[in-house]
Design a binder for this molecule. Structure first.
Ligand code: MSP
Length: 517
Protein backbone atom coordinates (compact mmCIF):
# COMPACT_ATOMS: atom_id res chain seq x y z
CA UNK A 1 0.00 0.00 0.00
CA UNK A 2 2.85 2.46 -0.49
CA UNK A 3 2.08 3.46 -4.04
CA UNK A 4 2.84 7.18 -4.22
CA UNK A 5 2.17 9.70 -6.94
CA UNK A 6 3.57 13.23 -7.13
CA UNK A 7 2.10 15.54 -9.74
CA UNK A 8 2.83 19.20 -10.42
CA UNK A 9 1.43 22.06 -12.47
CA UNK A 10 3.76 24.69 -13.83
CA UNK A 11 3.93 27.62 -11.44
CA UNK A 12 2.10 30.54 -12.96
CA UNK A 13 3.59 33.95 -13.74
CA UNK A 14 2.01 36.65 -11.67
CA UNK A 15 2.15 39.26 -14.40
CA UNK A 16 -1.07 37.94 -15.90
CA UNK A 17 -4.60 37.19 -14.74
CA UNK A 18 -5.59 33.53 -14.55
CA UNK A 19 -7.32 32.43 -17.77
CA UNK A 20 -8.59 29.33 -19.54
CA UNK A 21 -5.04 28.23 -20.47
CA UNK A 22 -3.89 28.22 -16.85
CA UNK A 23 -7.13 26.58 -15.74
CA UNK A 24 -6.62 23.84 -18.32
CA UNK A 25 -3.25 22.70 -16.95
CA UNK A 26 -4.48 22.87 -13.38
CA UNK A 27 -7.72 21.02 -14.07
CA UNK A 28 -5.92 18.26 -15.97
CA UNK A 29 -3.56 17.79 -13.02
CA UNK A 30 -6.47 17.81 -10.62
CA UNK A 31 -8.26 15.13 -12.61
CA UNK A 32 -5.21 12.92 -12.62
CA UNK A 33 -4.56 13.55 -8.93
CA UNK A 34 -8.14 12.61 -8.05
CA UNK A 35 -8.04 9.60 -10.35
CA UNK A 36 -4.92 8.29 -8.65
CA UNK A 37 -6.32 8.86 -5.16
CA UNK A 38 -9.46 6.94 -6.04
CA UNK A 39 -7.24 4.25 -7.50
CA UNK A 40 -5.46 3.76 -4.16
CA UNK A 41 -2.39 5.97 -4.49
CA UNK A 42 -0.98 8.30 -1.89
CA UNK A 43 -0.98 11.49 -3.98
CA UNK A 44 0.81 14.80 -3.57
CA UNK A 45 -0.38 17.52 -5.89
CA UNK A 46 1.48 20.82 -6.14
CA UNK A 47 0.70 24.11 -7.81
CA UNK A 48 1.85 27.68 -7.17
CA UNK A 49 3.16 30.95 -8.56
CA UNK A 50 6.38 32.06 -10.27
CA UNK A 51 7.08 35.50 -8.92
CA UNK A 52 10.55 36.67 -9.90
CA UNK A 53 12.05 38.17 -13.02
CA UNK A 54 11.96 41.25 -15.07
CA UNK A 55 8.39 41.08 -16.34
CA UNK A 56 6.97 40.77 -12.87
CA UNK A 57 9.16 43.61 -11.67
CA UNK A 58 7.98 45.77 -14.56
CA UNK A 59 4.34 44.88 -13.96
CA UNK A 60 4.73 45.94 -10.32
CA UNK A 61 6.40 49.19 -11.33
CA UNK A 62 3.68 49.95 -13.84
CA UNK A 63 1.25 49.83 -10.93
CA UNK A 64 3.56 51.86 -8.74
CA UNK A 65 3.79 48.97 -6.32
CA UNK A 66 6.55 47.32 -4.38
CA UNK A 67 7.19 43.96 -6.13
CA UNK A 68 6.60 41.93 -2.99
CA UNK A 69 3.26 43.61 -2.33
CA UNK A 70 2.34 43.22 -5.98
CA UNK A 71 3.16 39.52 -6.05
CA UNK A 72 1.33 38.96 -2.77
CA UNK A 73 -1.79 40.31 -4.40
CA UNK A 74 -1.59 38.55 -7.73
CA UNK A 75 -0.49 35.25 -6.25
CA UNK A 76 -3.58 35.45 -4.07
CA UNK A 77 -5.73 35.73 -7.24
CA UNK A 78 -4.35 32.42 -8.41
CA UNK A 79 -4.84 30.85 -5.01
CA UNK A 80 -8.40 32.17 -4.70
CA UNK A 81 -9.28 30.46 -7.93
CA UNK A 82 -8.51 26.98 -6.67
CA UNK A 83 -11.60 26.34 -4.49
CA UNK A 84 -14.09 27.57 -7.12
CA UNK A 85 -12.43 25.24 -9.64
CA UNK A 86 -12.52 22.45 -7.06
CA UNK A 87 -8.76 21.90 -7.24
CA UNK A 88 -7.51 19.35 -4.72
CA UNK A 89 -3.91 20.51 -4.44
CA UNK A 90 -1.93 19.56 -1.34
CA UNK A 91 0.29 22.62 -1.34
CA UNK A 92 0.75 25.97 -3.04
CA UNK A 93 4.31 27.15 -3.50
CA UNK A 94 5.43 30.73 -4.07
CA UNK A 95 8.94 31.43 -5.32
CA UNK A 96 9.19 34.41 -2.98
CA UNK A 97 8.89 32.15 0.07
CA UNK A 98 11.93 31.59 2.27
CA UNK A 99 11.70 27.80 1.96
CA UNK A 100 12.01 28.17 -1.79
CA UNK A 101 14.92 30.60 -1.76
CA UNK A 102 16.75 28.29 0.60
CA UNK A 103 16.27 25.37 -1.78
CA UNK A 104 17.45 27.39 -4.81
CA UNK A 105 20.57 28.49 -3.04
CA UNK A 106 21.35 24.97 -1.84
CA UNK A 107 20.90 23.59 -5.36
CA UNK A 108 23.11 26.36 -6.73
CA UNK A 109 25.87 25.52 -4.27
CA UNK A 110 25.74 21.89 -5.32
CA UNK A 111 26.12 22.90 -8.94
CA UNK A 112 29.09 25.09 -8.08
CA UNK A 113 30.64 22.27 -6.07
CA UNK A 114 30.23 19.79 -8.93
CA UNK A 115 31.94 22.23 -11.29
CA UNK A 116 28.83 22.77 -13.41
CA UNK A 117 28.52 26.50 -12.77
CA UNK A 118 31.26 28.93 -13.80
CA UNK A 119 31.62 32.71 -14.08
CA UNK A 120 31.93 34.30 -17.51
CA UNK A 121 30.45 37.10 -19.61
CA UNK A 122 27.04 37.33 -21.21
CA UNK A 123 26.89 39.38 -24.35
CA UNK A 124 23.92 40.48 -26.39
CA UNK A 125 21.64 43.25 -27.64
CA UNK A 126 20.09 44.99 -24.67
CA UNK A 127 17.36 47.62 -24.51
CA UNK A 128 17.72 49.68 -21.37
CA UNK A 129 14.17 50.98 -21.72
CA UNK A 130 12.73 47.45 -21.77
CA UNK A 131 15.38 46.04 -19.46
CA UNK A 132 15.56 43.10 -21.85
CA UNK A 133 17.94 41.25 -24.12
CA UNK A 134 16.85 40.57 -27.69
CA UNK A 135 18.03 38.09 -30.30
CA UNK A 136 19.66 39.56 -33.39
CA UNK A 137 16.81 38.22 -35.55
CA UNK A 138 14.20 40.13 -33.54
CA UNK A 139 15.79 43.52 -34.22
CA UNK A 140 15.33 46.11 -36.95
CA UNK A 141 18.12 48.35 -38.19
CA UNK A 142 17.94 51.90 -36.83
CA UNK A 143 19.86 55.02 -37.88
CA UNK A 144 23.68 55.07 -37.74
CA UNK A 145 24.11 51.32 -37.32
CA UNK A 146 21.88 51.17 -34.24
CA UNK A 147 19.41 48.35 -33.61
CA UNK A 148 15.76 48.74 -32.63
CA UNK A 149 13.79 46.30 -30.47
CA UNK A 150 10.24 45.18 -31.43
CA UNK A 151 8.99 47.60 -28.77
CA UNK A 152 10.72 50.48 -30.57
CA UNK A 153 13.38 50.82 -27.89
CA UNK A 154 16.97 51.37 -29.06
CA UNK A 155 19.33 48.49 -28.26
CA UNK A 156 22.99 48.45 -27.45
CA UNK A 157 25.53 45.66 -27.46
CA UNK A 158 26.41 44.97 -23.85
CA UNK A 159 28.46 42.48 -21.98
CA UNK A 160 27.82 41.64 -18.37
CA UNK A 161 29.23 39.22 -15.92
CA UNK A 162 27.10 36.13 -15.64
CA UNK A 163 27.26 32.67 -14.19
CA UNK A 164 26.82 29.88 -16.68
CA UNK A 165 25.59 26.33 -16.29
CA UNK A 166 27.59 23.81 -18.36
CA UNK A 167 24.59 22.53 -20.25
CA UNK A 168 26.84 21.63 -23.20
CA UNK A 169 28.38 18.86 -21.11
CA UNK A 170 25.04 17.13 -20.54
CA UNK A 171 23.83 16.40 -24.05
CA UNK A 172 24.88 12.76 -24.15
CA UNK A 173 23.54 11.99 -20.71
CA UNK A 174 20.24 13.63 -21.60
CA UNK A 175 19.98 11.56 -24.76
CA UNK A 176 20.75 8.45 -22.74
CA UNK A 177 18.03 9.42 -20.26
CA UNK A 178 15.47 9.77 -23.09
CA UNK A 179 16.65 6.53 -24.64
CA UNK A 180 16.42 4.49 -21.45
CA UNK A 181 13.08 6.02 -20.43
CA UNK A 182 10.93 6.20 -23.54
CA UNK A 183 8.08 7.76 -21.53
CA UNK A 184 10.23 10.51 -20.04
CA UNK A 185 8.86 13.01 -22.56
CA UNK A 186 5.30 12.60 -23.78
CA UNK A 187 3.60 12.73 -26.23
CA UNK A 188 6.01 11.05 -28.66
CA UNK A 189 5.97 13.88 -31.22
CA UNK A 190 7.21 16.26 -28.55
CA UNK A 191 9.80 13.74 -27.45
CA UNK A 192 11.22 13.66 -30.96
CA UNK A 193 11.39 17.45 -31.09
CA UNK A 194 13.36 17.56 -27.86
CA UNK A 195 15.70 14.80 -28.99
CA UNK A 196 16.56 16.64 -32.19
CA UNK A 197 17.06 19.87 -30.25
CA UNK A 198 19.51 18.15 -27.91
CA UNK A 199 21.24 16.34 -30.79
CA UNK A 200 21.78 19.63 -32.57
CA UNK A 201 24.14 20.59 -29.72
CA UNK A 202 23.51 22.41 -26.45
CA UNK A 203 25.03 25.72 -25.48
CA UNK A 204 25.91 26.65 -21.93
CA UNK A 205 23.12 28.50 -20.21
CA UNK A 206 23.40 31.90 -18.58
CA UNK A 207 21.91 31.40 -15.12
CA UNK A 208 22.45 34.71 -13.37
CA UNK A 209 21.69 38.35 -14.03
CA UNK A 210 23.28 41.51 -12.71
CA UNK A 211 20.86 43.97 -14.31
CA UNK A 212 18.01 42.68 -12.23
CA UNK A 213 17.33 42.83 -8.53
CA UNK A 214 14.00 40.99 -8.29
CA UNK A 215 15.19 37.43 -7.88
CA UNK A 216 16.86 34.91 -5.59
CA UNK A 217 20.35 36.20 -4.69
CA UNK A 218 23.18 34.00 -5.93
CA UNK A 219 25.10 32.71 -2.89
CA UNK A 220 28.47 34.38 -2.37
CA UNK A 221 28.08 36.59 -5.44
CA UNK A 222 26.80 40.03 -4.52
CA UNK A 223 24.95 41.75 -7.36
CA UNK A 224 23.85 38.51 -9.04
CA UNK A 225 20.34 37.12 -8.91
CA UNK A 226 19.34 33.78 -10.38
CA UNK A 227 17.91 33.49 -13.86
CA UNK A 228 14.18 32.88 -13.50
CA UNK A 229 14.09 29.33 -14.87
CA UNK A 230 16.60 27.81 -12.45
CA UNK A 231 14.66 29.56 -9.70
CA UNK A 232 11.23 28.48 -11.01
CA UNK A 233 12.04 24.83 -11.72
CA UNK A 234 13.41 24.32 -8.23
CA UNK A 235 9.89 24.81 -6.82
CA UNK A 236 9.20 21.14 -7.51
CA UNK A 237 11.68 20.11 -4.84
CA UNK A 238 11.54 23.10 -2.51
CA UNK A 239 7.88 22.30 -1.83
CA UNK A 240 8.92 18.85 -0.59
CA UNK A 241 11.44 20.19 1.89
CA UNK A 242 14.65 20.12 -0.18
CA UNK A 243 17.52 20.71 0.71
CA UNK A 244 16.63 18.48 3.65
CA UNK A 245 16.86 15.17 1.82
CA UNK A 246 15.48 13.48 4.90
CA UNK A 247 12.32 15.58 4.90
CA UNK A 248 9.31 13.26 4.97
CA UNK A 249 7.70 14.63 1.84
CA UNK A 250 10.93 14.64 -0.11
CA UNK A 251 11.71 11.06 0.81
CA UNK A 252 8.21 9.94 0.04
CA UNK A 253 7.45 11.79 -3.19
CA UNK A 254 10.65 12.72 -5.03
CA UNK A 255 11.21 12.00 -7.93
CA UNK A 256 7.95 13.41 -9.25
CA UNK A 257 5.84 11.05 -11.34
CA UNK A 258 4.79 13.78 -13.71
CA UNK A 259 5.42 17.42 -14.42
CA UNK A 260 2.47 18.56 -16.49
CA UNK A 261 3.31 21.55 -18.71
CA UNK A 262 2.16 23.41 -21.81
CA UNK A 263 4.08 22.71 -25.01
CA UNK A 264 5.68 26.17 -24.83
CA UNK A 265 7.66 25.32 -21.71
CA UNK A 266 8.59 21.74 -22.49
CA UNK A 267 12.24 22.45 -23.22
CA UNK A 268 12.83 23.94 -19.80
CA UNK A 269 11.38 20.85 -18.15
CA UNK A 270 12.77 18.18 -20.44
CA UNK A 271 16.27 19.57 -21.00
CA UNK A 272 17.33 22.14 -18.41
CA UNK A 273 15.66 20.64 -15.36
CA UNK A 274 16.95 17.07 -15.71
CA UNK A 275 20.40 18.48 -16.53
CA UNK A 276 20.38 20.58 -13.33
CA UNK A 277 19.20 17.58 -11.34
CA UNK A 278 21.72 15.14 -12.77
CA UNK A 279 24.51 17.67 -12.19
CA UNK A 280 23.43 18.04 -8.56
CA UNK A 281 23.16 14.28 -8.23
CA UNK A 282 19.43 14.41 -7.53
CA UNK A 283 17.14 11.82 -9.14
CA UNK A 284 15.29 13.21 -12.16
CA UNK A 285 11.50 13.34 -12.50
CA UNK A 286 9.87 10.34 -14.15
CA UNK A 287 7.93 12.17 -16.84
CA UNK A 288 7.13 15.49 -18.47
CA UNK A 289 3.87 15.67 -20.38
CA UNK A 290 3.37 18.61 -22.74
CA UNK A 291 -0.23 19.47 -23.51
CA UNK A 292 -1.49 21.59 -26.39
CA UNK A 293 -2.82 25.12 -26.49
CA UNK A 294 -6.38 26.40 -26.73
CA UNK A 295 -7.52 29.00 -29.19
CA UNK A 296 -10.89 30.72 -28.81
CA UNK A 297 -13.36 30.47 -31.69
CA UNK A 298 -10.38 29.95 -34.00
CA UNK A 299 -8.28 32.80 -32.67
CA UNK A 300 -5.35 33.12 -30.35
CA UNK A 301 -6.47 34.18 -26.88
CA UNK A 302 -5.20 37.70 -26.30
CA UNK A 303 -5.95 40.81 -24.34
CA UNK A 304 -5.90 42.94 -27.48
CA UNK A 305 -8.56 40.78 -29.16
CA UNK A 306 -10.57 40.93 -25.97
CA UNK A 307 -11.34 37.21 -26.17
CA UNK A 308 -9.61 36.03 -23.01
CA UNK A 309 -11.84 33.55 -21.17
CA UNK A 310 -11.46 33.59 -17.42
CA UNK A 311 -12.14 30.45 -15.41
CA UNK A 312 -15.00 32.34 -13.77
CA UNK A 313 -16.62 32.86 -17.20
CA UNK A 314 -16.46 29.12 -17.80
CA UNK A 315 -18.08 28.28 -14.49
CA UNK A 316 -20.82 30.84 -15.00
CA UNK A 317 -21.62 29.92 -18.61
CA UNK A 318 -21.39 26.14 -18.54
CA UNK A 319 -21.06 25.02 -14.92
CA UNK A 320 -17.84 23.92 -13.27
CA UNK A 321 -18.08 20.17 -13.74
CA UNK A 322 -19.37 20.60 -17.27
CA UNK A 323 -16.39 22.82 -18.14
CA UNK A 324 -13.91 20.41 -16.59
CA UNK A 325 -15.50 17.58 -18.57
CA UNK A 326 -15.53 19.49 -21.85
CA UNK A 327 -11.88 20.58 -21.63
CA UNK A 328 -10.68 17.03 -21.14
CA UNK A 329 -13.18 15.20 -23.33
CA UNK A 330 -13.09 17.33 -26.42
CA UNK A 331 -9.44 17.39 -27.44
CA UNK A 332 -6.60 14.86 -27.12
CA UNK A 333 -4.46 16.18 -24.29
CA UNK A 334 -1.27 16.63 -26.30
CA UNK A 335 -2.99 18.42 -29.20
CA UNK A 336 -4.09 22.00 -29.67
CA UNK A 337 -7.79 22.64 -29.38
CA UNK A 338 -10.29 25.30 -30.23
CA UNK A 339 -12.80 26.46 -27.68
CA UNK A 340 -16.11 27.22 -29.31
CA UNK A 341 -19.30 27.94 -27.44
CA UNK A 342 -21.36 25.86 -29.85
CA UNK A 343 -19.12 22.84 -29.46
CA UNK A 344 -19.00 23.14 -25.69
CA UNK A 345 -22.79 23.16 -25.50
CA UNK A 346 -23.15 20.29 -27.94
CA UNK A 347 -20.69 18.12 -26.04
CA UNK A 348 -22.04 18.93 -22.59
CA UNK A 349 -25.63 18.36 -23.62
CA UNK A 350 -24.89 15.14 -25.48
CA UNK A 351 -22.68 13.38 -22.94
CA UNK A 352 -23.80 14.82 -19.63
CA UNK A 353 -27.36 16.15 -19.90
CA UNK A 354 -28.91 13.79 -22.46
CA UNK A 355 -26.45 10.99 -21.79
CA UNK A 356 -25.57 10.40 -18.17
CA UNK A 357 -28.03 12.84 -16.58
CA UNK A 358 -30.99 11.48 -18.49
CA UNK A 359 -30.03 7.87 -17.77
CA UNK A 360 -29.93 8.56 -14.03
CA UNK A 361 -33.07 10.66 -14.09
CA UNK A 362 -35.11 8.05 -15.97
CA UNK A 363 -33.90 5.26 -13.72
CA UNK A 364 -34.34 7.06 -10.44
CA UNK A 365 -37.73 8.57 -11.16
CA UNK A 366 -39.07 5.14 -12.17
CA UNK A 367 -37.69 3.68 -8.94
CA UNK A 368 -39.27 6.52 -6.95
CA UNK A 369 -42.65 5.90 -8.59
CA UNK A 370 -42.74 2.15 -8.86
CA UNK A 371 -40.43 0.70 -6.23
CA UNK A 372 -41.49 2.61 -3.19
CA UNK A 373 -38.42 4.84 -3.46
CA UNK A 374 -36.11 1.97 -2.49
CA UNK A 375 -33.42 0.07 -4.38
CA UNK A 376 -35.50 -2.74 -5.90
CA UNK A 377 -34.71 -6.39 -5.37
CA UNK A 378 -33.84 -8.44 -8.42
CA UNK A 379 -34.41 -11.92 -9.83
CA UNK A 380 -31.75 -13.87 -11.75
CA UNK A 381 -29.89 -11.74 -14.28
CA UNK A 382 -30.35 -12.32 -18.01
CA UNK A 383 -27.48 -12.30 -20.49
CA UNK A 384 -28.20 -8.63 -21.27
CA UNK A 385 -28.15 -7.69 -17.58
CA UNK A 386 -24.91 -9.54 -17.08
CA UNK A 387 -23.30 -7.90 -20.10
CA UNK A 388 -24.09 -4.41 -18.82
CA UNK A 389 -23.00 -5.20 -15.27
CA UNK A 390 -19.79 -6.72 -16.52
CA UNK A 391 -18.97 -3.50 -18.38
CA UNK A 392 -19.69 -1.51 -15.24
CA UNK A 393 -17.95 -3.77 -12.73
CA UNK A 394 -15.02 -5.11 -14.68
CA UNK A 395 -14.25 -3.12 -17.80
CA UNK A 396 -14.93 0.55 -17.08
CA UNK A 397 -12.11 1.33 -14.66
CA UNK A 398 -9.41 -0.77 -16.36
CA UNK A 399 -10.33 0.94 -19.64
CA UNK A 400 -10.13 4.41 -18.12
CA UNK A 401 -6.97 3.56 -16.22
CA UNK A 402 -5.16 2.43 -19.35
CA UNK A 403 -5.82 5.77 -21.00
CA UNK A 404 -5.52 8.09 -17.99
CA UNK A 405 -2.12 6.56 -17.25
CA UNK A 406 -1.07 7.93 -20.65
CA UNK A 407 -2.85 11.26 -20.03
CA UNK A 408 -5.20 10.29 -22.86
CA UNK A 409 -8.15 11.74 -20.96
CA UNK A 410 -10.40 12.00 -23.99
CA UNK A 411 -9.96 8.31 -24.77
CA UNK A 412 -10.39 7.34 -21.13
CA UNK A 413 -13.68 9.23 -21.08
CA UNK A 414 -14.84 7.36 -24.15
CA UNK A 415 -15.10 4.30 -21.91
CA UNK A 416 -17.46 6.29 -19.72
CA UNK A 417 -19.63 7.54 -22.59
CA UNK A 418 -19.66 4.12 -24.19
CA UNK A 419 -21.22 2.65 -21.07
CA UNK A 420 -23.66 5.55 -20.77
CA UNK A 421 -24.84 4.86 -24.32
CA UNK A 422 -25.01 1.13 -23.68
CA UNK A 423 -27.15 1.71 -20.59
CA UNK A 424 -29.45 4.11 -22.43
CA UNK A 425 -29.83 1.55 -25.20
CA UNK A 426 -30.55 -1.14 -22.58
CA UNK A 427 -33.30 0.92 -20.98
CA UNK A 428 -34.93 1.47 -24.40
CA UNK A 429 -34.81 -2.22 -25.28
CA UNK A 430 -35.91 -3.49 -21.87
CA UNK A 431 -38.63 -0.81 -21.62
CA UNK A 432 -39.22 -1.09 -17.86
CA UNK A 433 -42.29 1.20 -18.21
CA UNK A 434 -43.98 -1.53 -20.28
CA UNK A 435 -42.85 -4.29 -17.90
CA UNK A 436 -44.66 -2.53 -15.13
CA UNK A 437 -47.94 -3.92 -16.45
CA UNK A 438 -46.68 -7.31 -17.62
CA UNK A 439 -43.87 -8.46 -15.36
CA UNK A 440 -43.22 -6.38 -12.30
CA UNK A 441 -40.40 -8.60 -11.01
CA UNK A 442 -38.56 -8.18 -14.30
CA UNK A 443 -39.09 -4.42 -14.16
CA UNK A 444 -37.48 -4.38 -10.75
CA UNK A 445 -34.52 -6.35 -12.01
CA UNK A 446 -34.04 -3.99 -14.94
CA UNK A 447 -34.20 -0.95 -12.66
CA UNK A 448 -31.77 -2.60 -10.27
CA UNK A 449 -29.27 -3.21 -13.09
CA UNK A 450 -29.65 0.40 -14.21
CA UNK A 451 -29.21 1.87 -10.73
CA UNK A 452 -26.12 -0.26 -10.20
CA UNK A 453 -24.72 0.92 -13.55
CA UNK A 454 -25.38 4.54 -12.55
CA UNK A 455 -23.49 3.90 -9.30
CA UNK A 456 -20.44 2.61 -11.19
CA UNK A 457 -20.52 5.43 -13.75
CA UNK A 458 -20.76 8.03 -10.98
CA UNK A 459 -17.84 6.49 -9.10
CA UNK A 460 -15.78 6.41 -12.27
CA UNK A 461 -16.44 10.01 -13.29
CA UNK A 462 -15.64 11.54 -9.87
CA UNK A 463 -12.20 12.89 -10.88
CA UNK A 464 -13.66 14.90 -13.74
CA UNK A 465 -16.99 16.05 -12.30
CA UNK A 466 -16.46 15.73 -8.54
CA UNK A 467 -19.51 17.63 -7.25
CA UNK A 468 -22.02 16.20 -9.70
CA UNK A 469 -20.71 12.68 -9.24
CA UNK A 470 -21.07 13.04 -5.47
CA UNK A 471 -24.68 14.20 -5.93
CA UNK A 472 -25.34 11.24 -8.18
CA UNK A 473 -23.85 8.86 -5.62
CA UNK A 474 -26.03 10.41 -2.91
CA UNK A 475 -29.04 9.80 -5.14
CA UNK A 476 -28.31 6.08 -5.35
CA UNK A 477 -27.40 6.04 -1.64
CA UNK A 478 -23.87 4.77 -2.23
CA UNK A 479 -22.20 4.81 1.20
CA UNK A 480 -19.71 7.71 1.36
CA UNK A 481 -16.91 5.42 2.45
CA UNK A 482 -17.46 3.12 -0.52
CA UNK A 483 -16.82 5.41 -3.43
CA UNK A 484 -13.24 4.49 -4.36
CA UNK A 485 -12.39 2.47 -7.45
CA UNK A 486 -11.91 -0.57 -5.27
CA UNK A 487 -15.64 -0.42 -4.61
CA UNK A 488 -16.68 -0.78 -8.22
CA UNK A 489 -17.46 -4.46 -8.08
CA UNK A 490 -20.32 -6.81 -7.39
CA UNK A 491 -19.32 -7.17 -3.74
CA UNK A 492 -20.18 -3.50 -3.15
CA UNK A 493 -23.27 -3.42 -5.34
CA UNK A 494 -26.38 -1.54 -4.19
CA UNK A 495 -28.38 -3.28 -1.49
CA UNK A 496 -32.04 -3.94 -2.31
CA UNK A 497 -34.34 -2.18 0.11
CA UNK A 498 -32.05 0.82 0.65
CA UNK A 499 -34.24 3.95 0.73
CA UNK A 500 -33.36 6.62 -1.82
CA UNK A 501 -33.79 10.40 -1.63
CA UNK A 502 -36.26 12.14 -3.95
CA UNK A 503 -34.56 12.17 -7.38
CA UNK A 504 -33.19 15.48 -8.62
CA UNK A 505 -31.63 16.22 -12.01
CA UNK A 506 -27.86 16.55 -11.80
CA UNK A 507 -26.76 17.67 -15.27
CA UNK A 508 -29.17 20.31 -16.57
CA UNK A 509 -29.42 20.85 -20.32
CA UNK A 510 -27.78 24.05 -21.53
CA UNK A 511 -30.17 26.02 -23.74
CA UNK A 512 -28.74 26.48 -27.20
CA UNK A 513 -30.83 29.50 -28.16
CA UNK A 514 -29.03 32.70 -27.28
CA UNK A 515 -31.43 35.10 -25.65
CA UNK A 516 -32.42 37.88 -28.05
CA UNK A 517 -30.60 41.08 -27.20
N1 MSP B 1 6.09 30.51 -15.01
C1 MSP B 1 6.22 29.66 -16.15
C2 MSP B 1 6.27 28.21 -15.73
C3 MSP B 1 7.33 27.85 -14.75
S1 MSP B 1 7.22 26.17 -14.30
C4 MSP B 1 8.62 25.87 -13.43
C5 MSP B 1 5.06 29.88 -17.11
N2 MSP B 1 3.96 30.43 -16.61
S2 MSP B 1 2.67 30.83 -17.44
O1 MSP B 1 1.78 31.40 -16.48
O2 MSP B 1 3.02 31.66 -18.55
O3 MSP B 1 2.07 29.55 -18.09
C6 MSP B 1 1.63 28.47 -17.35
C7 MSP B 1 0.95 27.42 -18.18
O4 MSP B 1 -0.22 27.92 -18.83
C8 MSP B 1 1.84 26.83 -19.26
O5 MSP B 1 1.82 25.43 -19.12
C9 MSP B 1 1.17 27.25 -20.53
O6 MSP B 1 1.35 26.32 -21.53
C10 MSP B 1 -0.28 27.35 -20.11
N3 MSP B 1 -1.05 28.13 -21.05
C11 MSP B 1 -1.03 29.49 -21.21
N4 MSP B 1 -1.87 29.80 -22.25
C12 MSP B 1 -2.43 28.68 -22.76
C13 MSP B 1 -3.43 28.40 -23.73
N5 MSP B 1 -3.96 29.33 -24.49
N6 MSP B 1 -3.85 27.11 -23.84
C14 MSP B 1 -3.37 26.10 -23.03
N7 MSP B 1 -2.45 26.34 -22.13
C15 MSP B 1 -1.81 27.58 -22.09
O7 MSP B 1 5.17 29.53 -18.26
Amino acid sequence: MNKTFYITTPIYYVNDKPHLGHAYTTIACDVLARFKRLDGYDVYFLTGTDEHGQKVHQAAEAKGMDPQKFTDEVSQNFRDLLPPMNISNNDFIRTTEERHKKACQALWKKLVASGDIYLSKYAGWYAVRDEAYYGEDELKDGPNGTKIAPSGAPCEWVEEESYFFKLSAWGDRLLELYEKNPDFIQPDTRRNEVISFVKSGLRDLSVSRTRLTWGVPVPDAPGHVMYVWIDALTNYISALGYPDENADLYKKFWPANIHMVGKDILRFHAVYWPAFLMAANIPVQKQVFAHGWWTIEGQKMSKSLGNVISPYDLIENYGLDQSRYFLLREVPFGSDGDFSRAQAITRINADLANGFGNLAQRTLSMIAKNCDGKIPSHADFTAEDKALLKEAHELLIPGMRREFDKCAFNRGLEHFTKLVYAANAYIDVQAPWALKKTDEKRMQTVLYVLAETVRCLAIAIQPVTPDSAAKMLDQVAAPPDQRAYAHINAAHALKPGTPLPTPEGVFPRIQTEEKAA
